[in-house]
Design a protein. Structure first.
Length: 353
């Protein structure tokens, strides 16, 4: 578990006790300020929203003790800060005097938010890739997109709204509060593209860079059909082979001009079934004439005439009935054509007799 950078930690402070936002529950005020879990009795606006996205991201990092400036060296997870601070040996003057007497001689430590050589140069902050387990909590409650660029708002129920949804509103009303603390916190994180489930593998830092990529991401457009022949072409209504662009490349398929890609068929299911049976009948006649069996089986003509306009299930039933009747007639003809001596050799004839 990584430790939160000091340059980010210095920006995450409670407006009541001015300590770090290192323990929950974190609440958001209408003015954009945040309250830590150490201040349950806040004398201020009662309209406070829970900060679920902030807490989910904070659980991924380790935070220092509030007595870090007095000499405490402990760094602990977000959920364990409160328990440690209650029993910290640097928490009171008596405990410090008994356990750490040399702490009174040392000066109070401060966060090093700048480099040592030049105070005007900010300290470099290592960017972190958000794990998938944490990333699922950093989604917009409306469109399920990632909270990957500003501004980010929080609803009354504690869920977050991304800029993709709030940009459709002329002015966010009082139901939404700008989440400045979360924006400062997530500024060091790297997000995947929202189209990664379609195949995009690019990662970008939180902010404008991610927004620009989403607008131009090629995976944002699922498919594109090649332009067909002009309307002046007399063959424009005939289906033809063509190339279709997809995310995985090009496919060669049949294209119907002047029809949207993957459109529903224009003919009904019964009409398509009748066309199929007609083609099937022609194919069967060709095979029968080729092998010379069409005239030998008289029941085929009757069968074809009955099933031409039936569905597939009824056709199979009738076909099975004709097979059964034909098989029985063949057995009886063979029975009558045999002599008495031949009939006696077969048990089936003895059974019938």
């Amino acid at each position: 578990m990584p430790s939160i950078p000091e340059g980010i930690l210095d920006k995450l402070t409670c407006v009541q006790c001015h300590e770090w936002l290192s323990c929950g529950p974190i609440r958001l005020l209408p003015n954009g300020g945040s309250i830590c879990g150490r201040c349950p009795r806040f004398e201020g606006p009662r309209d406070q929203y829970r900060h679920f996205a902030f807490e989910a991201l904070a659980c991924y990092f380790k935070f220092p003790c509030r007595n870090w400036g007095d000499g405490c060296q402990e760094w602990m997870p977000f959920k364990g800060v409160m328990n440690h601070e209650k029993n910290c040996s640097y928490g009171s003057t008596c405990s410090v005097l008994c356990c750490h007497p040399l702490a009174f001689i040392k000066s109070k430590r401060h966060l090093d938010a700048h480099s040592g050589n030049d105070v005007t140069m900010p300290l470099a902050i290592k960017l972190e890739i958000i794990p998938d387990g944490v990333l699922e909590y950093l989604r917009c409650t409306n469109c399920a997109g990632y909270l990957s660029y500003t501004p980010i708002y929080v609803c009354r129920d504690g869920t977050s709204i991304c800029q993709r949804c709030t940009s459709q509103l002329p002015q966010p009303d009082g139901e939404f509060i700008r989440d400045f603390s979360f924006e400062r916190f997530v500024d060091m994180m790297i997000f995947p593209c929202i189209y990664r489930y379609r195949g995009c593998t690019l990662l970008f830092k939180f902010g404008q860079e991610m927004k620009n990529h989403e607008l131009d991401c090629p995976y944002g457009k699922p498919y594109k059909r090649e332009p067909t022949a002009p309307k002046s072409d007399p063959q424009e209504d005939i289906q033809r082979k063509g190339v279709i662009k997809t995310l995985s490349g090009h496919i060669y398929a049949t294209i119907t001009p002047n029809a949207p890609l993957f459109a529903a068929p224009s003919t009904s299911n019964k009409e398509q079934q009748a066309l199929f049976l007609d083609e099937f009948q022609k194919h069967r006649e060709n095979l029968s004439s080729k092998w010379g069996r069409y005239n030998e089986d008289d029941y085929q003509n009757e069968y074809v005439n009955q099933v031409t306009h039936l569905n597939v299930i009824d056709e199979l039933k009738i076909k099975q009935q004709y097979r059964n009747s034909s098989g029985n007639n063949g057995d009886m003809n063979a029975y009558y054509n045999h002599t008495e001596a031949q009939k006696a050799d077969y048990s089936v004839y003895n059974q019938r007799a």
